[in-house]
Design a protein around this ligand. Sequence first.
Ligand SMILES: *[C@@H]1O[C@H](CO)[C@@H](O)[C@H](O)[C@H]1NC(C)=O
Length: 164
Amino acid sequence: MDVKLLCLTVVLLSSPLLTLCDPLFVLSAPNLLRVGSSENVFVEAQDYSGGNLNVTVSVKNFPKKDMEITDKTVTLTAENNYQILTDIKIPDDQDFFSDDPLEKQYVYLQAQFPSHTLEKVIMVSFQSGYIFVQTDKPIYTPASTGRYEYVLSKVHNVISVNFD
Ligand SMILES: *[C@@H]1O[C@H](CO)[C@@H](O)[C@H](O)[C@H]1NC(C)=O
């Protein structure tokens, strides 16, 4: 995974009070999180040296912020240069999301460092991003209708799973 490339397309957050002596805490993630897919999240303590830091990366519902959708804890150490690229997967769960496909929905992404919490509101997408139908023929030829119906109903099932 190319971290530099990732950083070009991400939400970048840092501690607002920045002095030469203080470490810079960084949380970096895609600016759109796909529900049901693994998404990369990068956390770092720049200019930090010392004991290990446990960082809890969590996703909470927006705007109420009263439910934890998913979370995981990573440990920044001297060995990993106090930086970790990890992945989170937001479960497709109706308790957390409205099933209205037109509604824009968001989550809070948090990284809790021992001394700081970084937080960002990020939009979620219910498009899994891998569904497409490609054929080498026009779809509506009488002989092959059955097969294409089968393919389309498969696709439809996948979409239903995502929205129901
Ligand atoms: C950090 O996490 C590790 C493994 O989960 C645990 O053993 C350790 O006690 C934690 N350290 C702190 C300072 O909480």
